[in-house]
Design a protein around this ligand. Structure first.
Ligand code: S3P
Length: 189
């Protein structure tokens, strides 16, 4: 009899499963590739993919920029926590791209680690800068910064947030992450 997907995953990843579920959370600074890689990983593992920011946008019916502008960051962080819990508790298997700040508020990092596997995509500051410079406008925290200010912002925020990111169970120290390497690291590190 051929193996079903559950059995296959069980064989290669027993330590990563929490109570029979497989929940993979991709963490990291803005621009580190969480959504891009998350989609690829979910496709490879044949799991549902969730982009936390997209789910917040769906719930609120407006872009993240507007939520920050009208309700403020505090409101956004509460929404972020609520949607994180809702999605996590209503699905048993998935890959989720979290927002850059998700692990840094409301003990979300502890929650994520209890629920599944936290994976930090640890890109260098230079790489983050090169990527974000091209797409500042859609990101409320950096949209009004000059290029010089952007670099200083990344350095400061990255150092503030590192303490949360580095609690991830799997850490990928690469700017260009290969899907094969990522999968290997998650299941066999
Ligand atoms: C944020 C990152 C964004 C989004 C919001 C706040 C942050 O997500 O959640 O703009 O605090 O770093 P991405 O990392 O997906 O851009």
């Amino acid at each position: 009899m051929s193996q079903n997907k559950e059995e296959h995953n069980d064989q290669r990843s027993p330590p990563r499963r929490k109570q029979g579920t497989l929940k993979i959370f991709l963490l990291g600074f803005m621009g580190c590739g969480k959504t891009h890689l998350g989609k690829q990983l979910a496709n490879k593992l044949q799991l549902p993919f969730f982009d936390l920011d997209e789910k917040i946008i769906e719930k609120e019916g407006k872009p993240i920029n507007d939520i920050f502008k009208t309700e403020g960051e505090e409101h956004f962080r509460l929404l972020e926590k609520d949607v994180l819990h809702l999605l996590t508790e209503s699905h048993t298997n998935f890959v989720m791209a979290c927002g850059g700040g998700t692990p840094c508020f409301y003990n979300n990092i502890d929650y994520i680690k209890k629920q599944g596997t936290a994976v930090w995509l640890n890109c260098s500051v230079d790489c983050i800068y090169e990527r974000l410079i091209k797409e500042k406008s859609s990101r409320p925290l950096i949209k009004d910064l000059s290029d010089d200010q952007l670099r200083s912002y990344i350095i400061k925020k990255f150092s503030d947030r590192k303490i949360f990111y580095q609690q991830a169970t799997v850490i990928i120290n690469e700017d260009e992450v290969d899907l094969e390497q990522l999968t290997q690291k998650i299941f066999h590190s």
